[in-house]
Ligand binder design. Structure first.
Ligand code: PGA
Length: 224
């Protein structure tokens, strides 16, 4: 429309995103806000359960999940892979191994996200399907605190590779664990029944027209 052509599209874009997406979505917003300087962004971050709660209260225009709720009538737009990788301290003896059986990995002290986390949900489903039990040392409600705890040698973990992007892999190694990475995909979601606001539609089209690329972490096994 005319307003769009003149770069005058305005209003507030309300985004509710899961914590793994907070490392990535802001990098899309830079260009978007340059193109549409009149659009204000309200950016809310929570774990999967918190974002599901926001969705059921209809608080935001668009939601970003890796594991959208199965029982809500949603329109889904998957847009980027979100691989979950196994990590250890860069000094860990496993850092240089080319193959770590899943059973062996599961014996290490493990740092796990809180109940309600989508990362935890995906991991638990993966392990349950393979009959593997973890040796949980610590439950941690933050990807950053997990990274730092793993860095300090407290244990191993499984996190979205995107939590390691832009220097977040310092002091860490991605382990070559059998069956990993666990596949997941970020998906934009909105209520089927509720029409999208013009700004939300503009953002959705923006993301779909520019399939973003995944930064490959330097911490991958065998990389130097
Ligand atoms: P979360 O992120 O672990 O913070 O809930 C969700 C996801 O990537 O599914």
């Amino acid at each position: 429309d005319m307003a769009d052509l003149q770069g005058l599209k305005q209003g507030t874009l309300r985004l509710g995103v899961v914590t793994t997406a907070k490392y990535f979505i802001p990098h899309l917003l830079g260009d978007f806000c340059e193109r549409y300087p009149q659009i204000e962004i309200d950016f809310k971050v929570g774990n999967r359960q918190q974002v599901i709660d926001r969705l059921s209260e209809g608080r935001d225009d668009l939601y970003v999940f890796s594991h959208p709720p199965l029982d809500a009538p949603l329109t889904l737009h998957p847009f980027l892979d979100n691989p979950l990788v196994a990590i250890a301290s860069a000094e860990h003896p496993w850092a240089k191994r080319q193959h770590i059986p899943l059973e062996e990995f599961a014996t290490a002290p493990f740092l796990i996200r809180e109940p309600g986390s989508g990362t935890r949900y995906a991991m638990e489903r993966f392990l349950r399907q393979r009959g593997i039990k973890l040796n949980v040392r610590m439950t941690v409600e933050s990807n950053e605190a997990i990274r730092h705890s793993v860095m300090s040698g407290l244990g191993v973990s499984i996190l979205s590779r995107h939590t390691l992007a832009f220097g977040g892999d310092a002091g860490l190694a991605i382990l070559a664990v059998e069956g990993l990475p666990i596949f997941s995909q970020w998906t934009m979601a909105h209520h089927k029944g509720k029409p999208l606001s013009p700004v939300a539609r503009t953002f959705l089209d923006w993301v779909e027209q520019r399939p973003p690329s995944v930064e490959i972490s330097k911490a991958a096994p065998g990389a130097s």
